[in-house]
Ligand binder design. Structure first.
Ligand SMILES: Nc1ncnc2c1ncn2[C@@H]1O[C@H](COP(=O)(O)OP(=O)(O)OP(=O)(O)O)[C@@H](O)[C@H]1O
Ligand SMILES: [Mg+2]
Ligand SMILES: [Zn+2]
Length: 485
């Protein structure tokens, strides 16, 4: 006998349990279990009798009759999706409240509608008048986007099944959708998952591309249904620092494209402006000539991006000094600090360290190590770095500066933006084109860079022995000198 089953579903990760408990054993969150009616409540009589239907197997080399990709007309968006929306694919766009998800998708649908494609925008959150108001503000009110304020998945699919299949459908947001097939309340994991499933089935069947908007929780995950991330073809995350106008669109997962590309936008009164050259933006508010900043010549996807790294190293009053990082991996910072301490004689254990990547960018490249180390030492020694220099290179645990890829692209971007010198790993020096237009300073070991920076330092008012002298005298421990020689 099947009994009417209900289960307790974690609203964070979607794991189901037979009874309520305070902590989800799957993801470790507290108080996230909510009772939901079982979503696999198909009557046994139907389940048991149904015999499989036979279907035809196809070859890999079949032809599809439509262009597989549909560019949105926004270059920065297309860069992140890998060249446009793929027919029949479902994309999840996540982001903090108010970051500009609806704005981005209103602009994208309008552009595509203007280009003659049938596009539909379904808002489950805002009334039609509000969506219109936004479109008016963005100067897009004339675009032939079809609009609705609906939340029933069955109604939406029935409506969209009529007439020509839309090329692009935006569902804003998936958390507001609900389907008759399950009993849970809208916004619960079961509802969100069932609604997403129905919409994904519709996309695969008809070839329409669907964009689902998803909210993000405090800790940066797409709210509730992490499960949805596995179901969709691509997950894009829209990020930005609240106070700043930059917005970064990043692909977290993409079945049809790269995941390391970023799209950069600026939020203005007229909507999101695409930023084709992010370096100019990230360097636009540079604080020239103050200690603790270094310009990192990085690569985001296929594009070089110059960005300022900022460090503040200050004497600590705490037993365990503070380590605060924004925009970089904190484990990576700990590693660089440990290497500075172990191989370069830079004592940081009595200091709080704050580290920030300007402009709200998040860096994942190990090539940022050298620039980070330069910023840290510069702050500690109160020694401003040359304002016309860029830094890149990976630091190994032994204190050696290791080569990184794409040296020519990094140098070219630096030269284009008016930098005059680059500090780079010894082994990549050879990769630099003869006409790089930059003076190259190659470093083999971190300690030589540290000594170099410390020698410029003028730390004032420090009575526990000037770090400048300390850093300089300790800069090259005997063990390391041997290695270098
Ligand atoms: N008149 C305006 N001038 C400049 N910027 C504006 C104006 N109106 C709105 N904005 C910007 O647009 C943002 C809201 O954008 P949008 O509604 O697209 O965000 P969202 O991510 O869809 O938010 P939600 O999660 O609430 O749906 C605001 O935070 C603000 O930065
Ligand atoms: Mg919105
Ligand atoms: Zn969980």
């Amino acid at each position: 006998m099947a009994k009417a089953s209900s289960s307790f579903v974690c609203q964070n990760c979607g794991a189901a349990f037979n009874r309520w408990q305070g902590k989800c054993e799957a993801c470790g969150e507290w108080n996230t279990l909510v009772e939901e009616a079982g979503d696999n409540a198909v009557p046994v009589s139907i389940r048991a009798k149904r015999r499989g239907r036979t279907f035809k197997l196809e070859s890999l080399a079949g032809k599809s009759n439509d262009a597989p990709r549909l560019p949105s007309g926004m270059a920065e968006l297309d860069r992140v999706t890998g060249g446009g929306f793929v027919r029949g694919s479902v994309l999840l766009v996540g982001g903090d409240p108010g970051i500009g998800k609806s704005t981005l998708l209103t602009q994208a649908t309008s552009l595509m509608a203007k280009a003659g494609h049938r596009t539909v925008y379904i808002s489950g959150e805002e009334a039609i008048a509000q969506v219109r108001l936004r479109a008016e503000r963005l100067g897009l009110a004339a675009a032939p986007v079809e609009l609705a304020a609906e939340t029933s998945v069955e109604d939406i699919i029935a409506t969209l099944s009529e007439g020509a299949t839309p090329k692009l459908i935006v569902i804003d947001s998936i958390q507001t959708m609900w389907t008759d097939t399950v009993e849970s309340a809208p916004g619960t994991v079961t509802q969100v998952r069932a609604s997403a499933q129905a919409l994904i089935r519709f996309a695969k069947k008809t070839g329409a591309a669907i964009i689902l908007v998803g909210h993000v929780t405090k800790d940066g995950q797409i709210a509730g249904p992490r499960v949805v991330e596995h179901m969709v073809d691509a997950v894009l995350s829209f990020e930005g620092e609240g106070s700043q106008q930059f917005r970064i669109l990043r692909s977290v997962k993409n079945r049809f494209g790269p995941t390391d590309e970023i799209g950069v936008f600026e939020m203005t009164g007229l909507g999101l402006r695409e930023v084709g050259n992010p370096s100019e933006l990230f360097l636009s508010e540079r604080d020239l000539g103050s200690p603790g900043t270094a310009v990192f010549a990085g690569i985001e996807g296929t594009r070089p991006v110059l960005v300022e790294l900022q460090a503040l190293v200050a004497p600590s009053t705490l037993g365990t000094p503070r380590r605060a990082v924004v925009g970089w991996d904190s484990a990576r910072l700990s590693m660089v600090l440990a290497v500075l301490e172990a191989h370069c004689g830079v004592k940081l254990s009595g200091y709080d360290v704050y580290f920030n990547v300007a402009g709200g960018l998040r860096i994942n490249e190990p090539a940022a190590d050298l620039a980070a180390a330069a910023a840290l030492v510069s702050s500690l020694a109160n020694a401003p770095l040359p304002t016309d220099a860029v830094y890149f290179g990976e630091i190994s645990l032994s204190g050696a500066v290791r080569p990184v890829a794409q040296t020519p692209a990094r140098l070219k971007e630096a030269a284009k933006l008016g930098f005059a010198r680059a500090v780079l790993p010894e082994q990549t020096r050879g990769d630099a084109p003869a006409d790089a237009g930059l003076a190259l300073q190659s470093v083999g070991g971190l300690s030589s860079l540290v000594a170099d920076i410390a020698a410029r330092g003028t730390r004032r008012g420090d009575d526990d022995g000037a770090p400048r002298a300390k850093a300089a005298s300790n800069a090259t421990p005997a063990r390391f000198r041997r290695q270098e020689g």
